[in-house]
Design a protein. Structure first.
Ligand SMILES: *Cc1c(COP(=O)(O)O)cnc(C)c1O
Length: 363
């Protein structure tokens, strides 16, 4: 028998995640000089990682012969201090994407349902399908998660309800108050997953800690890939009750987070000045992009994240034309938004470049 005959049936139709295009890829394809290309496609931090995180990572690499601390002792303790929680309340993942998969390992099987928005970060539905569960998609209203519709979609088969706030790809947020009453309204048979990947950029970020203390079935997900500029190192985490965090921790690989990532993440948390400056720069970059889009007569979705959706007519065409000019953005046809592209906020120079090239392309 061929391997494909032996594979589990779902694999044949399993959609693969399509990431933002790497700079080197586009350079090869378009015959461009990579140094002239800017990538505003994956919501990375255009200011890079904190220099303190880089130093800490280099020092950790010098001990590269040793296995990392699989329990992430120092990072969990640093996070406990950061959030005012106990170290046992954290589970560290190879990116917060791994924590989503750990939730699948612990809670999902055939016949189970995962309730989520539409459009919504595609990894949620990928993980549902991976474990034979069904993704129940609830349309956003006004580009925002419709919390009461999400609550109505919950059935006795629902194991996970996932809400990203701010949301990806729309950048919109739900208020902390509406989120809290939504979580309190859910039955105890489902776990609410609050994806806080972009909460550092939000004006009023969610705070689920009171809900954890009340004993609600809720977990927050955070990442070092966005404001901390460490996407390449793959580190993120979940925080919840110690009971929930421990269940997830049980099914991870023994050394799922490497030592360079652990050391850099701790240093990134220590460098509060750097992250604060990045958030401030991102907010003013957002205002600049909004004004630029308005000047071009383009509709946009007001964002609370480090990216923004702009309506350009034919998203695929504009994506392609921008790429030829050395600017990589994200087409969102696969999210059911063929007229839009998603643009990550860059450095001030990158934002001006994007607006210049966009003006030339949509004219
Ligand atoms: C970027 C992003 C993450 C973070 O993923 P990592 O695996 O930590 O890099 C999580 N959720 C959403 C919605 C994101 O956009």
């Amino acid at each position: 028998m061929k391997p494909s005959d032996l594979a589990k049936p779902f694999v044949h139709s399993y959609p693969s995640y399509v990431p933002g295009r790497p700079i080197e890829d586009v350079a090869r394809d378009m015959g461009l000089d990579p140094s002239g290309i800017i990538k505003l496609a994956s919501n990375e931090n255009p200011f890079g990682p904190s220099p303190m995180a880089v130093e800490a990572g280099k020092r950790a690499l010098e001990q590269g012969q040793l296995y990392p601390d699989g329990g992430c002792y120092a990072l969990r303790n640093r996070l406990a201090r950061f959030h005012g929680l106990a170290p046992e309340q954290f589970v560290i993942g190879n990116g917060s994407n791994e924590v989503i998969e750990l939730l699948g390992h612990v809670f999902l099987g055939p016949g189970d349902e995962v309730v989520m928005g539409k459009p919504e970060f595609v990894v949620y539905s990928l993980v549902a399908v991976l474990f034979g569960a069904k993704a129940v998609e609830v349309p956003l209203v006004g580009h925002r998660n419709d919390l009461s519709a999400l609550a109505r979609a919950v059935t006795p088969r629902t194991k996970l309800v996932i809400v990203a706030t701010p949301n990806n790809p729309t950048g919109t947020a739900n208020s902390p108050e509406e989120l809290a009453s939504f979580i309190r309204s859910l039955p105890g048979t489902a776990i609410c997953v609050v994806d806080e990947a972009y909460s550092d950029f939000a004006g009023a970020p969610p705070d689920i800690r009171p809900l954890i203390r009340e004993g609600r079935n809720v977990i927050g997900l955070r990442t070092f890939s966005k404001v901390y500029g460490l996407a390449s190192l793959r580190v993120g985490y979940g925080y919840a009750s110690a009971e929930l965090a421990t269940l997830l921790d049980r099914v991870r690989q023994p050394f799922n987070v490497n030592a360079i990532a652990q050391a850099a993440a701790i240093a990134a948390l220590d460098d509060t000045g750097f992250s604060r400056r990045c958030v401030a720069e991102t907010r003013s970059g957002l205002r600049r992009l909004e004004k630029g889009f308005a000047d071009l007569g383009l509709e946009f979705v007001p964002s609370e994240a480090n990216f923004i959706l702009v309506r350009v007519g034919d998203g695929d065409r504009v994506f392609d034309a921008l790429q030829r000019r050395g600017v990589i953005v994200r087409p969102v046809r696969s999210y059911g938004m063929p007229e839009w592209v998603r643009v990550t906020v860059g450095t001030p120079e990158q934002n001006e470049r994007l607006l210049r090239e966009l003006a030339a392309v949509v004219r």
